[in-house]
Design a protein around this ligand. Sequence first.
Ligand SMILES: Nc1ccn([C@@H]2O[C@H](COP(=O)(O)O)[C@@H](O)[C@H]2O)c(=O)n1
Length: 586
Amino acid sequence: AQPGAVKPVAVPMRDLKWGTLNFLHTTDTHGWHAGHLQESQYSADWGDYVSFAEHMRRKADEQGVDLLLVDTGDRVEGNGLYDASTPKGKYYYDIYRQQNVDIICTGNHELYQASTADQEHLQTVPNFRNNYIASNLDYVDPKTGERSPMAQRYRRFKTKNQRIDIVAFGFLFDFTGNAKNTVVQPVKKTIQEDWFQKVVRESRPDVFVVIGHVGVQMQEFKDIFRAIRLHNPNTPIVFFGGHVHVRDATSYDSRSFAIASGRYFETIGWMSVELGSDAPSFHRRYIDNNILGLYHHTGLNASTFPTEHGRNVTSMIAKARAELDLDYIYGCAPKDYWMTRAPYPHENSIYSLLEKQILPAIVVNPKRAQVPRLAIMNTGAIRFDIFKGAFTRDTTFIVSPFLSVLNYIPDVPYRVARKVLGLLNSGGQIMDEDFVPWHLMAIPEQQVPRKSVIYEKKPPKVSDSMGQQVPLGRFGGGDDAHDGPVLIEGYTTKDDIGDDGDDAVHANIDFHVVPNCIQAEIAFPKEKEPETVDLVFFDFIQPWVLFALKVSGGNQTAADVKSYVPDTFSDLMSEWMKKNWPRKCD
Ligand SMILES: Nc1ccn([C@@H]2O[C@H](COP(=O)(O)O)[C@@H](O)[C@H]2O)c(=O)n1
């Protein structure tokens, strides 16, 4: 763990079950390779994961079984370690490559900005030359304009100890928001291509491994499954997914299994497959990225766990964090502000903080300061909670990593503009079928349909006695199924396989569904409704806003859209913290 990270807390554990073929899986790490410095149960860092993997590979060798490491993309954007440097990722690429990842693919975040896609092509692909797979992704050379596969389309190899013959694919969901220097081919089209058909019809491996930046409940994985199964009725097929930022597992039939391993390096996924008998059996665990859990699973302790390589990686990260000055404090948050742990609207909701305080203060164009305006922001623009205490340079990127800017359309009739928010939040009923899905404005956790889950509240058995800030590591009120030790709050995953997937037994956390967008009314006259308003919105949601205006009877087009203020939202937000929150934390 990093210097300054909160102390880990031991919790009741469920063990890992080893099979003949075993996997460790990371996804959607979004630059959190320093771990969660403020959260006790996720505070291990990439160096600890390097040590963990070394020990687990040794254990596999001792048992004569095999272990493979998988990463399914979105490694960038979302944490100061990646975002705070110029250029972005100055330290990240060398830190990430220290892990020996056997099968790796691309996420959508590697592709939003052309410069990020360039770096993926120039750094991560060569760093993992034999292991990187791009089944449906091409790169366009900036000099020649030539389009070629980002990496090999599939990988065939034999495992180290048992020589298990594996064919692996690496997919990205049907993403359309990529920069112009990449081409994402829809999955349905890719699986019709000759190369894919030849592999699934002729290769006859022992196991197919499909990794993808795709939610395990998404259609893309189901289509790939069907295409492989059609010609391989008995071959085990395992899937490693991501993108939706949730812990999830399912099986598409009795010989297949799929796991998604959460987000932000909170989770290291574990899947084991027992191949020996007629029908394969599968097991999954969601390992909290808690150093005490990593000790538990390896049977080691603080002095025997860190390997030399792991220690060096931890030092590399600490050095990078110090050089980037990530602990520089902008202000001190007076309390926790939650994305989904509080309802919206609510005094503890981060979205209410934005609507009531931050947006009215930052959505100001000096030339139009007197003009009434509606400011619309998509909830997906916010990526993480704000915890009571220091709001740092790092926190800025954690909460808002995007380079989002505010655009506007001047003087929109209020009778038209007032309808826009309702339409954006209408659940898609008014959108025509070809339109970019409405739910893409919301947080990734809601990108497959989700309901609020609110647990019965019980008084906590003990208070937080650690004397420091441990937002998700607080002691919770207990768990109905568990009368043993006091539990702390964390993941209590229910997936298609059951409710025993998490390696750590935790107390529940509420999940409140949030709308696609929120809106602040700014500089409205007190006496009566305005005739016209400036309609200000995040550039990311422009296509939806224009569509909603059209449906509301407006005639505005992209030609009417102008820049409202030059700064990014992230800069405006951290300036607000500087001005409005005390510099010193108690
Ligand atoms: N400029 C951007 C880019 C993305 N978003 C939000 O993030 C979602 C995608 O997140 P993943 O980590 O799952 O890839 C996207 O659907 C938007 O909600 C944004 O707000 N602004």
